[in-house]
Design a binder for this molecule. Sequence first.
Ligand code: MCA
Ligand code: CO
Length: 135
Amino acid sequence: MFKTLKVDHIGIAVKDLEQAKKFYTEVLGMTAMGEEVVEQQKVKVCFIPCGDSEVELLESTSPDGPIAKFIEKNGEGIQHMALRVDNIEAALADLKAKGVRLIDEKPRYGAGGASIAFVHPKATGGILLELSERK
Ligand SMILES: C[C@H](C(=O)O)C(=O)SCCNC(=O)CCNC(=O)[C@H](O)C(C)(C)COP(=O)(O)OP(=O)(O)OC[C@H]1O[C@@H](n2cnc3c(N)ncnc32)[C@H](O)[C@@H]1OP(=O)(O)O
Ligand SMILES: [Co+2]
């Protein structure tokens, strides 16, 4: 069994992280945390905490990365939603047993050392869903 605990973050695809950050810090007065490059996902990310959740700004590090492809097709905007789960292995096994279309059958490295896995938008009613377990 697994539990879905909260909205961990909302992932926003941006062309220029530095530029995008300014709205949240200068206009909204939020505090941006450090940046991290997640090679496997071909992204540079920056988290901006907001209460119990976070805004995740994502800039592609490669023209063939998922964020670059998303922006090419849709322009900048919300690219995924991440839900925090207490046990990602159990969650993936449960969703697989229910026949849910998974992008990742095994957890992968996520920013800040999280274990993450993506569920296909076709299985969720149109949202790219990230499951995230933080130790
Ligand atoms: C590291 C950090 C972290 O938090 O730790 C992250 O978040 S990394 C975040 C970046 N990494 C990821 O996003 C990895 C998971 N993403 C992926 O594997 C891929 O982006 C993907 C499989 C969702 C889509 O790949 P693709 O663009 O080549 O596929 P297609 O363009 O053919 O899209 C297939 C169908 O899904 C829809 N679709 C594609 N992307 C999205 C999206 N972000 N939200 C909602 N729907 C989407 C398309 O409109 C299409 O629907 P229709 O057929 O009706 O037109
Ligand atoms: Co994310």
